[in-house]
Design a protein around this ligand. Sequence first.
Ligand SMILES: Nc1ncnc2c1ncn2[C@@H]1O[C@H](COP(=O)(O)OP(=O)(O)OP(=O)(O)O)[C@@H](O)[C@H]1O
Ligand SMILES: [Mg+2]
Length: 278
Amino acid sequence: MTCKSIKICVVSSKGGTGKTTTVANLAGLLADLGHRVLMIDADVQPSLSACFALQARAEGGLAELIIAADCERTISATVHPDLELVRSNDPKGDLRTWILHQVDGRVRLKHVLERIEDRYDFIVLDTQGAIGPLQDAAVAAADLLLSPISPDIISSREFLRGTLGMLEHLRPLARYDAPVGHLYGFINKMQRTNDARSVVQALRQEVFAPSRGDISILDTVVPEAVAYREAVTQGVPVHRWRPARPVAPDAHPRATMLALVRELLPHVQTERFRSDLN
Ligand SMILES: Nc1ncnc2c1ncn2[C@@H]1O[C@H](COP(=O)(O)OP(=O)(O)OP(=O)(O)O)[C@@H](O)[C@H]1O
Ligand SMILES: [Mg+2]
């Protein structure tokens, strides 16, 4: 039996909100829970491509995946089981121009991924923090969208203006069989300050307006914590972060990431990992 993958695009019109961190941690957790996962680095700055060590580095990357529809020589294996990667290999941003000049440019990635979706349970796409044709292509390829929002007024306004504006701009893709997926925002890098709390409260009220039916803000809040940076240094997804001193299980970022998965993907079993943790 073949089974279609769920494609999740992590998106934000603002830079530095935590997109790449979210893709690495979400994809790494899903793989460790026993799923076959492909990460796609659709940012010209190849940050995601450097998050995990590679076991087998494919010759090609995103450019060949989109332009030549080459699904064989573009997928690298990371050192983590069942966690694969399409590297970003377009430093000059030529792909952006190429997509613009093709009639089917923005839906090309969607169609290429449809050819390999029986190989993966999840495909998780990272995007750059700026609106443009490559981000459009990644959004068009996804079933659902996930957007980290920093708990400050500038990021919150940018989410309401920029990210939601981008979705409106892409609605016409529905005519090409690429309807824009439901957008789940979540608070990332939450701080224990009154200002952060009041920004989050105002954002939730704004998004709950009846006109915003295809957007929601998740209850799960990801705190600002050094673990998210250290995990990258350790080359592991944050649920496998090794603290310098022992922490209580509910204080480990694993608890937060599991809560995020349960809320976003309620059908996923979250009890068993491939191997013992720490
Ligand atoms: N929950 C968190 N707590 C603390 N630091 C975090 C958290 N999430 C992300 N960071 C840090 O914030 C910085 C920006 O994160 P990241 O690179 O994931 O953002 P991005 O949205 O992908 O940025 P860009 O738009 O440049 O691609 C990184 O240094 C990362 O380690
Ligand atoms: Mg990034």
